[in-house]
Write a new protein. Structure first.
Length: 330
């Protein structure tokens, strides 16, 4: 038997013998894209009380709730519902700054050393110990995820209180929100609402379909209204944050948010990171430095004409005011 095989077996055995169980409630960040979800997930990244999922959560359990159900009799079928197909690609190619394009010489690329085979081995072992509910299967999945991520800098930090993850657009899917709180009655949904004029100025640069102001703002409005409606249905388990507060009053906003979620205040909440390393913003514009781009909140005034500004405000200003009222106190 070769040395490589011995090392492989020893690695798997050691990891399985020293698992860190992940059973904490899930905090799901979700809203329409270009609203700060990536930023918020990166602010949670280094907090010692969080298991922070480092990129978009993409399993079918929440993304396709009407078509995907966990089978408690089968680890194979359950893993198909909660597994994330993109992980193998990220293991091979690393994690790129989301706004970067393949071939960009200036892109930030981070290693993502999560072994897909080891993850599946951990999941199967956890499932075999007894999975009696969707929550048990989700706990097995996150246990497999964070333990198979070999260079996870935060795995052994202080006792954990939460799992955090970002899944854009799910807030608009009522079945997904219901499934979230069905599995995690102790969990949270955090939804960021960005000032609609600023959001439109950014979104139209990312997607051609958002060039039409009416179409784009209809989608923005549905996302914001879905977050507010979820707050009415699920009460304190739903937290609405404005993007403007997040980037302009970061310290105050993150302290308030940490209090709502039951986390202690920590300096790591003020610095966006990937696995503990500083990361640049996911912006529609070129980004040279690190940290939070507080100067982007008013940039839309330089790119949108007065007629467009007035039209967006006419279509969405009322909903944004409702979001501000539901967010961080002035």
């Amino acid at each position: 038997m070769t040395t490589a095989v011995h090392e492989h077996d020893a690695l798997y055995r050691s990891r399985l013998e020293h698992l860190v169980p992940v059973r904490e409630p899930l905090v799901l960040i979700s809203q329409i894209q270009r609203s700060g979800g990536t930023l918020l997930s990166q602010l949670f990244d280094g907090h010692p009380e969080c298991h922070a999922h480092p990129h978009e959560l993409s399993f079918a359990y929440l993304n396709e709730p009407r078509a995907s159900s966990i089978d408690l009799a089968s680890a194979e079928r359950s893993y198909e519902v909660v597994g994330e197909p993109r992980l193998a690609k990220r293991f091979r190619a690393g994690y790129r700054k989301p706004a970067a394009r393949p071939g960009d010489a200036d892109a930030d690329v981070f290693p993502f050393l999560l072994l897909p085979g080891l993850q599946r081995r951990i999941f199967d072992a956890c499932f075999a110990e007894g999975a009696e509910s969707d929550r048990d299967v989700l706990d097995c999945y996150f246990t497999s995820f964070f333990n198979a991520w070999l260079d996870n800098q935060n795995l052994y930090a202080a006792p954990k209180r939460l799992v955090t993850a970002f899944a854009p657009r799910l807030v608009r899917k009522q079945p997904a929100v219901e499934r979230l709180f069905g599995a995690y009655p102790d969990g949270f949904l955090v939804s960021i609402v960005r000032e609609p004029r600023a959001w439109f100025a950014s979104a139209r640069l990312q997607k051609e379909r958002y060039a039409d102001v009416g179409h784009a703002i209809t989608r923005w409005r549905r996302s914001a209204e879905a977050a507010l409606d979820a707050g009415e249905r699920f009460g304190d388990r739903v937290v609405v944050v404005t993007y403007e507060d997040l980037v302009s009053r970061t310290g105050e906003t993150m302290a308030w948010l940490a209090g709502r979620l039951g986390l202690s205040s920590a300096p790591e909440l003020l610095v966006p990171t990937f696995n503990g390393r500083p990361i640049r913003a996911n912006s529609s514009y070129a980004v040279e430095g690190y940290g939070i781009l507080s100067n982007r909140t008013e940039a839309y005034r330089d790119t949108l004409d007065e007629a467009t500004l007035h039209r967006v405000d006419e279509l969405a200003g009322d909903v944004y005011e409702r979001a501000r009222a539901a967010s961080l106190p002035a």
